[in-house]
Design a protein around this ligand. Structure first.
Ligand code: HEM
Length: 146
């Protein structure tokens, strides 16, 4: 990874895409009907799920990008405590952007609600991918032992 002097257009695009999705997500969250026992999944609730899963996908892409591209070097004269607190806050933000949709997903699953992203049924797909992933982990462990 080489040090850069500014964020790349891809990083900026992913950043503003997440901001736009979050703004829409809060609008849906605050206008959708209160979710209680046996609440039917109406359009606004379905949009909340779709945008939430979309945020999870984009944040995952952003994390992959972050893992393979160096962040810009701090400007001259910025005190170390500011550099360190910016680093901590950035990772806290990533943690929340990842954790909040996962918690919402668990909540909706626990209620037996259909979770999808714009018509794509995530429950069934993730069930299959979970199995494939678990199989891959088992094979990797086995090949390391033998
Ligand atoms: C970054 C993404 C997300 C944000 C910012 C977010 C935000 C919120 C907010 C603010 C509420 C409270 C609404 C109220 O005032 O009653 C809420 C509720 C809820 N969200 Fe999300 N959400 C996200 C992702 C998701 C996802 C991915 C799912 C499911 C697939 C989900 C499912 C739910 C459910 C089931 C509730 C109702 C919880 C309850 O009242 O017990 N959310 N969300």
């Amino acid at each position: 990874m080489s040090k850069s002097t500014g964020y790349t257009p891809t990083a900026k695009t992913l950043h503003w895409l997440i901001v736009a999705l979050l703004v829409a997500q809060f609008v849906f969250a605050w206008t959708m009907p209160h979710i209680g026992r046996n609440t039917p999944v109406t359009t606004l609730i379905s949009l909340h799920f779709s945008f939430g899963v979309a945020i999870l996908v984009v944040v995952f892409v952003r994390l992959l990008w972050r893992a393979t591209h160096a962040e810009p070097t701090p400007l001259d004269g910025v005190p170390p405590w500011q550099v360190q607190s910016a680093w901590v806050l950035h990772w806290l933000l990533y943690l929340m952007l990842f954790g909040i949709p996962v918690l919402g997903w668990i909540n909706a699953s626990w209620r037996g609600m259909p979770i999808g992203m714009f018509g794509w049924d995530c429950r069934n797909s993730l069930g299959r991918e979970h199995q494939v992933g678990a199989g891959a982990v088992t094979c990797t462990q086995y090949s390391q032992i033998s």
